[in-house]
Design a protein around this ligand. Structure first.
Ligand code: 13P
Ligand code: SF4
Length: 307
């Protein structure tokens, strides 16, 4: 009997489909993907693919972004319940009212937000290009940054700006505690602490390197260090270990009872769901024409600024 992997390979060819996967997916999904990357890389791939079907092994806002960039294509997500706590921390109606208090501000939204929030944004950013996107505006331009207060605070600190921050966060990164990081640093002398900017400022202040998942992966490959303490979601360890098998990676525990930082939404996808999704061509992402037209502009603006 053929394995899911073999059956998926055949289905991909037959249907002219591409599988795009985020680094937080389980290893077996990363291994069958045509491309594995961070949110920026995934959007660039979605924009440029020639495939007729895009199967997005990630969470809802990522597949939505792919659909906004490809209205004529079929975009599939193995589990429609794979949401994102950060995107959910910014309900569109509350954000609409919030924005009305700042009529002279431009809105920069982190890609981890719903399509509705994107329609209310001037430009989108990811953790990989947030600094560049913010710096593309003159220093005196007032800015609202949504929805991640940790990434926004980090960019404020980097640029000396005072962007108004929406009070949102990611439940996986925001829960990482400084005590756990300090204990691991003491237990692993010489190890480099690398952190995703969705972590709290107190963690970022301790970090030797801060970056998107792709930037963290590249850093571990290039660095001379032999050991890394990793403050982000566990999925990224798969590529880090593949890339640098001789190096050691220690994930920062979220609390004393749990040593795993699994994003419950990312981990809803399984190889079996991916297979069934491509076989039946559903669940499919559907968006109204007007949402696509409005949300498309700030995403394309980001991609243009990132060239
Ligand atoms: P990046 O992979 O773009 O760094 O984003 C991480 C993330 O939170 C995805 O949900
Ligand atoms: Fe959302 Fe956080 Fe999960 Fe990323 S890790 S998908 S930001 S909940």
């Amino acid at each position: 009997m053929k394995s899911f992997v073999e059956k998926l390979e055949a289905l991909k060819k037959e249907k002219n489909a591409v599988i795009l996967a985020h680094f937080y997916q389980v290893p077996e999904i990363q291994d069958i993907a045509d491309y594995v990357g961070d949110s920026l890389g995934l959007s660039q791939q979605a924009l440029n693919t020639k495939a007729e079907i895009i199967l997005f092994a990630g969470v809802h806002f990522m597949a939505e972004t792919a659909k906004i960039l490809n209205p004529a294509k079929k975009v599939l997500l193995p589990d429609l319940n794979a949401g994102c706590s950060l995107a959910d921390s910014c309900p569109p109606e509350e954000f609409r009212k919030f924005r009305e208090h700042y009529p002279d501000h431009v809105v920069i939204s982190y890609i981890n937000c719903s399509a509705q929030i994107k329609t209310m944004s001037d430009v989108i950013c990811t953790s990989g290009n947030a600094l560049k996107i913010v710096e593309s505006f003159p220093k005196e331009q007032p800015i609202i940054f949504a929805p991640d207060k940790n990434l926004g605070g980090y960019i404020n600190a980097q640029t000396g700006r005072n962007m108004v921050l929406w009070n949102g966060s990611c439940e996986v990164h925001d829960i990482i505690k400084a005590e756990a990081v300090i204990r691991l640093k003491t237990e692993n002398p010489g190890a480099m602490l690398i952190a995703h900017p969705e972590c709290k400022a107190v963690i970022l202040e301790l970090a030797d390197f801060i970056g998107s998942t792709t930037a963290l992966l590249n850093y571990t490959g290039k660095s001379n260090a032999k050991k890394f303490i990793v403050a982000t979601e566990t999925g990224i360890l798969h590529q880090m270990r593949k890339n640098s098998p001789e190096k050691e990676f220690v994930i920062v525990p979220t609390d004393e009872h749990c040593s795993c930082n699994d994003c419950p939404y990312m981990k809803m996808n399984t190889l079996e769901k991916v297979y069934n999704c491509l076989l039946h061509e559903q669940p499919e992402i559907k968006l109204s024409k007007s949402v696509i037209e409005k949300a498309n502009k700030p995403i394309l603006r980001m991609l243009k600024l990132s060239e």
